[in-house]
Design a protein around this ligand. Structure first.
Ligand SMILES: Cc1cc2nc3c(=O)[nH]c(=O)nc-3n(C[C@H](O)[C@H](O)[C@H](O)COP(=O)(O)OP(=O)(O)OC[C@H]3O[C@@H](n4cnc5c(N)ncnc54)[C@H](O)[C@@H]3O)c2cc1C
Length: 228
């Protein structure tokens, strides 16, 4: 079946960190599952490219597509996002992707990510914490510096509100009174009865997957979304 195509309109945008931009689009006819992504048709002059971006908002927040884009100097989509203004329209295809939460899984769920790899988990956490109060969810979120830890306050207050949610932020290139080092360092020692969802750039996803497989986590309990 062909993937549906829609026109969406930029409603607002702002920087969450020095190099991560939040963009919110109105998308009246769009519906999706938490964890899926959309292809945005980015036009620059005579050229266009379809660029995938995970959907940030949970499906219950209907009529919109929120994304968080890492802004890379000279990047095709990044340069477009920098210049985009409220009211601008974009064509999107979606929803796409099988990186969705298995609602029949009884395991403890570990969402493991770095940088904007947190985006699909934000959607899943908002969607599933209230719906599955007896299931344990852990978010292990790595960034380089404290200033790059977007959504920190929100995840901290979700942890206070939901006893089934644990938030573990870690900084790989900064000191603070929390955890440091890459996410791989903070995986649980007891890997039994857990399902791991991994999202981020290729190196982090592949390394973490290999580590889990080497410790005999069944492949079926490791789900991955790679951004490159
Ligand atoms: C399924 C899927 C979902 C995705 N969801 C998101 C998302 O929610 N948020 C998001 O920011 N990105 C996401 N990406 C990546 C995104 O599609 C772009 O590739 C990325 O944002 C760079 O786009 P660009 O056009 O600005 O740069 P490009 O012109 O494509 O790239 C410029 C250079 O930067 C490098 N590069 C690409 N990504 C990064 C990065 N994250 N950090 C450092 N260097 C990089 C490239 O290798 C290239 O050399 C997703 C990718 C996939 C496959």
């Amino acid at each position: 079946m062909p993937v549906p195509e829609f026109t969406i309109t930029l409603d607002q945008k702002r920087y969450l960190t020095d190099d991560v931009m939040y963009l919110s689009f109105t998308a009246p006819k769009f519906s999706f599952k938490a964890g899926q992504y959309a292809l945005l048709k980015i036009i620059q002059g005579e050229q266009f490219r379809w660029k995938p971006y995970s959907i940030l908002n949970p499906p219950q927040e209907k009529g919109k597509i929120d994304v968080c884009a890492k802004i890379i100097p000279g990047g095709f989509a990044s340069e477009y996002f920098k210049e985009a203004k409220p009211g601008d329209t974009l064509v999107v295809r979606g929803p796409i992707g099988l990186f969705v939460f298995d609602e029949n899984d009884q395991n403890e769920i570990w969402f493991v990510c770095a940088g904007t790899g947190v985006v699909p988990f934000y959607s899943m956490i908002k969607e599933y914490l209230p719906r599955f109060p007896h299931q344990k969810f852990v978010l292990l979120f790595g960034v380089r510096q404290r200033s790059g830890l977007f959504f920190h306050d929100e995840f901290t207050s979700l942890q206070q509100k939901f006893s089934n949610f644990t938030y573990i932020p870690t900084l790989s290139r900064d000191q603070w009174n929390g955890k440091t080092g890459r996410v791989q360092r903070h995986l649980p020692s007891d890997l039994q009865g857990k399902t791991f969802y991994l999202c981020g750039l290729k190196e982090m996803v592949l390394e973490t997957k290999e580590l889990l497989l080497s410790k005999r986590v069944p492949a079926v309990n490791i789900k991955v979304e790679r951004y490159t």
